[in-house]
Design a binder for this molecule. Structure first.
Ligand SMILES: Cc1cc2nc3c(=O)[nH]c(=O)nc-3n(C[C@H](O)[C@H](O)[C@H](O)COP(=O)(O)O)c2cc1C
Length: 306
């Protein structure tokens, strides 16, 4: 018998696949479909303190090796969003992770408190969106001190709900950042957000394709970077890691797990493969494990380091 279930900061997942934040918005109906498609947990789109329109269209573009996006954290704001969280918790048959962002540490605390009241299984502090740098300064996840401040403030208001810190591949201080968020009280790390920003130019129009010009790169193109980041974080902390970036198959998921992840985030692959991608990844993992005499995912976490 192969055991696909894993535990993440005390929360039990039936398999290691997690819908990544932002891909499917915040509506409970879409999250329900991801759970039906086999997701072990679902993450809602990041909510901020106030409603935000985000960037003008086009905001998301599919290219040969994944997606590039500059959605710009469009969201209905935490007041309306918290109601969606509460509804999703009731309706979705998988743990619901509520993602959030803010412009400073104090605001991280306020938003975390408001969302904690809606009782999601976990909270995820998005410290790492590369698309709003101009408005909000350098992302928190680039510097250990900034990341720790935000996590500490959120943790103080999160009550007993475990807090995930979502980090960025775009920092040369990753190991220090990982250690800092662990020390500040994060129960898990999501490694991580999109790479970049990047840019694609329409040669015929002689202009960048995204209205925002630049955007975060995701999908297969970033998988090797994400795997290396998971590797570095695993060497730095004891808390569990969600490996996110380019996962679309069972082998991709196993690669992340062998680098040190306990669970995997799946974003862009849902855009290309639909909701059933979660069940597909889990089944492919199960088949590989059965064939290779591995009875539990736990046995594989970080094996590539040995
Ligand atoms: C269209 C789009 C919107 C996203 N919105 C968010 C968001 O609101 N919050 C967040 O933390 N990450 C957001 N992300 C990043 C993803 O959650 C994920 O970290 C990233 O896409 C890498 O994973 P992937 O290669 O599996 O897509 C977004 C990604 C895409 C493509």
């Amino acid at each position: 018998m192969v055991e696909l279930g894993v535990e993440l900061a005390g929360i039990r997942l039936r398999n290691p696949t997690i819908l990544a934040s932002g891909i499917l918005g915040v509506t409970p109906a879409t999250l329900k479909r991801a759970a039906k498609g086999g997701a072990g947990a679902v993450t809602m789109k990041s909510l901020g303190p106030e409603p935000r329109q985000g960037h003008p269209n086009p905001t998301v573009l599919e290219w040969e090796c994944g997606l590039i996006n500059a959605v710009g954290l469009s969201n209905p704001g935490v007041e309306a969003g918290a109601k969606e969280v509460a509804e999703a918790v009731k309706k979705v048959k998988a743990p619901v992770i509520a993602s959030f962002f803010a412009k400073d540490a104090a605001e991280f605390g306020v938003v975390a408190g408001r969302l904690a009241a809606a009782k999601p299984a976990m909270l995820e502090a998005n410290l790492s969106c590369p698309n709003t740098i101009r408005e909000m300064g350098i992302p928190f996840a680039y510097e250990p001190e900034h990341a720790a401040e935000a996590v500490k403030a959120a943790k103080e208001r999160a009550g007993d709900i475990p807090l995930i810190a979502k980090l960025s591949p775009n920092t040369h201080r990753l190991k220090e950042v990982a250690k800092a968020v662990e020390a500040a009280g994060a129960g898990a790390i999501n490694m991580g957000n999109t790479l970049g920003p990047g840019m694609l130019i329409d040669v015929d129009a002689r202009k960048p394709i995204l209205a925002n010009k630049a955007g975060g790169v995701s999908g297969p193109a970033i998988r090797p970077v994400a795997v290396r980041c998971v590797w570095d974080v695993y060497e730095s902390v004891k808390i569990p890691i969600i490996g996110t970036g380019g996962v679309g198959s069972g082998r991709d998921a196993l690669e992340m797990i062998m680098a040190g992840a306990t669970a995997v985030g799946v974003g862009s692959a849902v855009a290309s493969g639909g909701f059933k991608v979660f069940g597909k990844i889990a089944k492919e993992m199960e088949e590989w494990m059965a064939k290779n005499g591995v009875s539990s995912v736990r046995e594989l976490v970080g094996v590539a380091h040995k």
